[in-house]
Design a protein around this ligand. Structure first.
Ligand SMILES: NC(=O)c1ccc[n+]([C@@H]2O[C@H](COP(=O)([O-])OP(=O)(O)OC[C@H]3O[C@@H](n4cnc5c(N)ncnc54)[C@H](OP(=O)(O)O)[C@@H]3O)[C@@H](O)[C@H]2O)c1
Length: 292
């Protein structure tokens, strides 16, 4: 199957590029140096050239704190470009998968969020992704939007790599313990995208809408850090002597973050037959790649 991916070096895009290089599907991944995602003409030319049977948008403005002072850039990549991709995918009848985020929610729900729950982003990043979701679905109602969360990988910048860097040099780390979420391995997201891309319901447009996909099981950043350091110790690495649990108020950041952004993924499983794996399983693979 010919699949065109927007993004090449990002966490999810890089896994897709690796899978393409390994011969899984006929994947073409276009990074920012390969395509101008703000140009309708450039996107149209890529679609005409590669004749994809599915289009996956793995590009996004993901710097949550930086977005607070870089609003236009965040909206350009998270709303304007996805709208163009959705319009062109609809015009050329190419099934379209777009990635979004748990940060569209305000975190006040006491249980995991379902796709139809009301959104209420607390920060510019979340608001720009929410605007992208509406733009995509109004331009192409057959598109599938996959919201994911707390993405980590052995490449790129993410919490796992940051903890390993800090843990190697500090004796004490203070980590937020009152935000609950689902760490999600980029490999699992890439795999889910490919399975949706080849699913008949995407091809027929019968499943257009919003879905959730995130690691199974919930944890706070503090708990996630603890698991990262347990894994690092097992692999013979130095870890901090003390991990201190703190509250969000004790760690001010430019962007506010939801206290709960757990995603209920049952609709994705019911619609596409894709079950999520426990977040610990992906973490083990990731640490093996990084540390063994
Ligand atoms: N990271 C998370 O924790 C997280 C959580 C929830 C949802 N998500 C969503 O998941 C998706 C993938 O996230 P990720 O973590 O894989 O992203 P990432 O590692 O931050 O990579 C960003 C991607 O966006 C592309 N990009 C950035 N600026 C660009 C520009 N000006 N023009 C064109 N492309 C540009 C990059 O292109 P190159 O390939 O050329 O570098 C790269 O492929 C995004 O939609 C994100 O919102 C992420």
């Amino acid at each position: 199957m010919r699949i065109l991916v927007i993004g090449r070096n990002g966490q999810v895009a890089n896994v897709l590029a690796r899978l393409g290089a390994a011969g899984r599907h006929r994947l073409t991944c276009l990074g920012r140096n390969d395509i101008d995602v703000f140009s309708r003409r450039a996107i149209e030319q890529a679609v005409l050239r590669f004749q994809p049977e599915a289009l996956i948008n793995a590009a996004g403005y993901t710097a949550v704190d930086k977005a607070e002072s870089d609003r236009d850039a965040a909206y350009a990549l998270n709303q304007f470009a996805p709208r163009l991709l959705a319009e062109i995918s609809a015009a050329h009848r190419v099934p379209f998968i777009h990635l979004s985020t748990d940060y569209v929610f305000d975190g006040t729900k006491p249980t995991p969020y379902k796709p139809a729950d009301p959104i209420g982003p607390l920060n510019i990043y979340g608001a720009s992704k929410a605007a992208g979701e509406s733009a995509v679905l109004s331009a192409n109602p057959a598109a599938v939007i996959l919201r994911t969360a707390w993405v980590y990988s052995d490449i790129g910048s993410n919490f796992v790599k940051r903890m390993l860097e800090l843990g190697a040099e500090r004796d004490e780390l203070r980590i937020v313990d009152d935000q609950l979420g689902n760490p999600t391995f980029a490999d699992d997201i890439a795999d889910a995208c490919l399975r949706i891309a080849s699913h008949e319901k995407l091809r027929t447009g019968a499943a257009g809408g919003i879905y959730h996909f995130a690691g199974r099981g919930e944890v706070t950043w503090f708990g996630f850090a603890g698991a990262i350091f347990d894994g690092a110790r097992l692999r013979g690495r130095r870890t901090p002597a003390a991990l201190v649990a703190i509250t969000t108020d004790q760690y001010p950041t430019p962007a506010r973050r939801p206290a709960n952004s757990r995603l209920d993924c049952t609709l994705t499983e019911a619609t596409f037959g894709i079950a999520t794996q426990p977040w610990e399983a992906g973490l083990k693979i990731c640490l093996d790649r990084l540390l063994v």
